[in-house]
Ligand binder design. Structure first.
Ligand SMILES: [Zn+2]
Length: 410
């Protein structure tokens, strides 16, 4: 777009200077009335073209500003998201640290449980050996002839029953009984402690599972946010690519059109006096089978960018293959193809006035041919950068696009 702005500016400055120069050369008194009128009209046309170009320039600039704003808004959202992800990452770090601490605590607890288990086994062994030595003593007593006690001892189903048999207890040495009780007590205490440790470990395991769940949720959230960032980035890239494409398209069109205008100007210089004159008549509607104006001339919201852009012609939606008519008498200066305009025709109507017809499916005229108002020159199509069959109709006056509505009669 800067290319377009520069071009419009330079052309118009050159044009004004040329007009002023011509004016200065001709002494006012010596100018005939009709010559003076011509000259005044040329000046008026130039001034109109300049103000039109200024308007275009402003509109293009505001469109560009909007696109830049949009991109910077997207960038800001992306930055916010990135900051959010950094915060999430630090939360994740804290959680991972918590998990690590819990793992260590659990490992400590397991070690303690294992040691307690060993102690318990030892205590059980001590109690068992005490019981064994008691039995040895009782057996000794039996060998001394006390059959009754032996029967009692071997008839007992378990140690508890044995203890309850008071007759037998009386026979056991007080020392033995005390020791046995002590050992038993120790064994029970250790078993209780081990149980307590296992309960504690269960609580820790549950805490660890909870924190791990939190960690998984946070990881999901982070990857979601990162996906969002990627989406924002590709959105930004797409928008920038579209802007670039749009700018290239406009630049390409302008390059072709102004080269054609320059070529016509050059040719006219050589054939001085025989040039076509525009008599100021109204244009014929160029797409008689059109159904609607699908996109008007001037500033509009770009369908993809959703920002203000300048549209240099009137889009007339019409069935593919329906006729395109020459809007006015003139000479065909281009019947060609371009990537953005598709099959297009440009007609010179004289006095720096041109009409351009884009996206045709077929062209019926060729360069150099003279055409008259209402003559069939092409068929509607959707070639070039087009989203459906339509005629894009542009009018150029003194090197700038002007509103076709200034010339059209319906
Ligand atoms: Zn268009």
């Amino acid at each position: 777009m800067p290319y377009l702005r520069n071009r419009i500016g330079k052309q118009n400055i050159a044009r004004v200077l040329l007009v002023l120069f011509l004016f200065a050369l001709v002494p006012v008194a010596g100018v005939k009335a009709d010559q003076k009128e011509d000259l005044e009209e040329t000046i008026r046309n130039s001034q109109n073209a300049i103000s039109e170009a200024e308007k275009q320039k402003k509109e293009l600039q505001s469109g560009l500003t909007d696109v830049k704003k949009l991109v910077s808004e997207l960038e800001a959202t992306k930055k916010d998201l990135k900051q959010y992800v950094v915060k999430l990452d630090s939360n994740l770090d804290a959680i991972e640290q918590k998990i690590e601490e819990l793992k260590q605590t659990i490992a400590g607890k397991e070690e303690e449980i294992e040691e307690t288990g060993k102690t318990l086994d030892e205590a059980i062994e001590v109690a068992d050996s005490q019981y064994a030595s008691m039995k040895t003593r009782v057996k000794f007593m039996y060998e001394q002839g006390q059959t009754f006690y032996l029967d009692l001892l071997f008839g007992a189903k378990n140690f508890g029953e044995l203890l309850n048999r008071t007759e037998f207890i009386e026979k056991i040495a007080a020392y033995d009984r005390k020791k046995l009780e002590e050992y038993q007590e120790t064994r029970d205490k250790i078993a209780a402690f081990k149980e307590e440790l296992e309960a504690e470990k269960m609580v820790l395991d549950a805490a660890k599972a909870g924190v791990e769940e939190e960690e998984a949720a946070l990881n999901t959230l982070i990857s979601e946010k990162q996906r969002e960032i990627t989406n924002y980035q590709s959105d930004i890239n797409n928008k920038e690519a579209i802007i670039k494409e749009y700018e290239n398209e406009i630049a390409e069109q302008n390059q072709i059109i102004s080269a054609l205008e320059a070529a016509v100007k050059e040719a006219k210089k050589k054939l001085a006096g025989t040039a076509i004159k525009y008599d100021g008549g109204k244009f014929k509607w160029p797409a008689p089978e059109y159904t609607r104006i699908s996109d008007d001339y001037g500033s509009r919201i770009h369908p993809i960018l959703k920002t203000q852009q300048f549209h240099n012609g009137v889009d007339m939606a019409a069935p593919s293959g329906s006729p395109i008519l020459a809007a006015y008498d003139g000479e065909v200066v281009a019947a060609d193809y371009s990537g953005s305009m598709g099959n297009y025709i440009m007609i010179d109507h004289g006095d720096d006035l041109y009409t351009i017809y884009m996206h045709a499916s077929k062209l019926y005229v060729s360069k150099g041919q003279t055409v008259s108002r209402g003559e069939k020159i092409a068929a509607v199509g959707s070639t070039g950068r087009s989203t459906g069959p339509h005629l894009h109709f542009s009018v150029r006056q003194s090197g700038s696009y002007v509103s076709p509505w200034n010339y059209l009669s319906q």
